[in-house]
Design a protein around this ligand. Structure first.
Ligand code: IPE
Ligand code: IPE
Ligand code: MG
Length: 252
């Protein structure tokens, strides 16, 4: 399924955002501030994921995309990387049945080639088991990078259209890793940093950005409501003027 670029279709911000994308940041600082090892923050962060998924379902969010591990996170100490991989595997093992029972479709996107065979098996099993669910599509971005995504999409597009000289945006879009989802309406980054860190570079072109100082392990229902309330105050113009929006609304 492909979606109209949000630069053509103007979503109604009075509604709950259809697609929320989150950079879950601040696990390490949350732990350090409590004199705990960084990995304790990651473990706590998994609990937050569980809660936020539930809260998104109850608010009617259709797509939730979580940045779990970036293509740059391999630069971290090996033991932290291996704990993150283990937490991911354990969460898949423990949560897939519950996700399925709650109508969640799970997708994992990123360069999966660096993951070990067992993790790949768990991912394949979870995606297969939940593939016909449609209440919430939960995407975990793992070993994901926006630049990686643009390059893999470009390479596939070119190899499938040999001889073509010029390509349009609409030629590339179907090859992006998240072509199955509309572009995010609301982007949230916890942990205080105000940067994109190589997340969904193409898709965030017109997404409303929201930054909060709250560390990911402390992000809760009230914090999610605050982010959604901020989104609902925004006027999404996509290059147009305010006055034009009224006309566009009438026509759509
Ligand atoms: C986010 O928390 C989790 C991952 C990047 C895997 P961090 O681990 O980046 O936490 P801080 O930013 O160091 O506090
Ligand atoms: C971004 O967080 C990636 C994830 C949350 C998975 P980082 O903590 O790795 O980002 P930087 O390095 O501070 O930009
Ligand atoms: Mg960080």
């Amino acid at each position: 399924m492909s979606h109209l670029s949000s630069t053509l279709h103007i979503p109604d911000t009075a509604l709950v955002p259809k697609h929320v994308a989150i950079i879950m940041d601040g696990n390490g600082r949350w732990a350090t501030s409590r004199y705990l090892p960084r990995v304790a923050g990651h473990a706590k962060g998994v609990e937050t994921v569980r809660k936020v998924v539930k809260e998104c379902i109850s608010r009617g969010v259709g797509y939730l995309t979580l940045f779990a591990f970036s293509s740059e996170n391999w630069r971290r100490p090996a033991d932290e990387v291996s704990v993150l991989m283990r937490l991911f595997a354990t969460a898949l093992e423990r949560e897939v049945d519950k996700m399925h029972a709650n109508g969640i479709r799970l997708r994992v996107v990123g360069d999966l080639s660096r993951f070990d065979a067992r993790l790949l098996e768990l991912i394949a099993h979870a995606e297969k088991k939940t593939e016909s669910n449609s209440r919430l599509t939960l995407t975990i971005c793992a070993n994901y990078g926006g630049r990686w995504d643009l390059m893999q999409a470009t390479n596939r597009m070119v190899s499938e259209h040999p001889g073509q000289e010029n390509y349009a945006e609409s030629d590339l879009a179907p090859y992006l890793a998240m072509a199955y989802a509309p572009e995010p309406d609301l982007f949230i980054r916890t942990g205080g940093e105000q940067r994109i860190s190589n997340f969904l570079l193409w898709q965030l072109a017109y997404t409303e950005l929201y930054f909060t100082d709250i560390f990911w392990p402390d992000f809760d229902a009230a914090a999610l409501d605050e982010a959604i309330a901020s989104y609902q105050q925004r006027e999404r113009r996509f290059g147009r003027t305010s006055a034009q929006l009224v006309e566009v609304r009438k026509a759509s």
